[in-house]
Design a protein around this ligand. Structure first.
Ligand SMILES: [Zn+2]
Length: 170
């Protein structure tokens, strides 16, 4: 288990520093040792304290503890993976929000969420006619009234003006 420790910090104490996590206080270290930690943790996680089975790590200004006996590379890999998952979650949320906004257009049909998301992704979040990324709507290439289905293959992203134009052409 690897967790961020929001209660961890280095505490100043008359020409020395010591690492503190909540009410746990660790041995004093010299300002020189502290400077080395602060420098190194920009590149690689640095173990700053140990209270078995926990080890505390500092990495890019944040503190973490783990109790799996990890090495610096493993801590770094875990944090990297976590950050990637977090980014993916945010990207997905943004996509969904755009897809929802697009679906709020007039003539709303209840398209399944995964279909909307897939069409939105495939069309790059832009109107397939003019490339606009505003006022997007899900458009049936062949209208439902003419037998078109609500599948990815028959759906496309159009901005509202292009959609109106298309409607006028039909
Ligand atoms: Zn357009």
């Amino acid at each position: 288990m690897l967790r961020e420790d929001p209660h961890a910090r280095f505490e100043d104490a008359f020409l020395r520093r010591r690492f503190v996590s909540g009410r746990r206080e660790f041995a004093f270290i010299s300002t020189r040792a502290h400077r080395a930690i602060v420098r190194d943790q920009e590149d690689v996680p640095v173990a700053v304290a140990e209270d078995a089975p926990r080890t505390w790590w500092m990495f890019r200004g944040r503190f973490f503890w783990e109790d799996d006996g990890l090495g610096p590379d493993e801590v770094r890999a875990l944090l990297h993976e976590r950050e990637r998952r977090r980014r993916r979650r945010i990207d997905r949320a943004v996509d969904m929000m755009h897809a929802d906004a697009a679906g709020d257009a007039p003539r709303r049909e209840s398209l399944p969420e995964d279909v909307r998301r897939e069409v939105f992704r495939r069309d790059g979040g832009r109107c397939v006619r003019c490339g606009s990324d505003e006022l997007l709507q899900f458009d049936h290439v062949i209208p439902v009234a003419l037998g078109g289905s609500s599948t990815e293959a028959n759906l496309q992203l159009l901005c509202a003006p292009c959609n109106r134009e298309k409607g006028a052409d039909l």
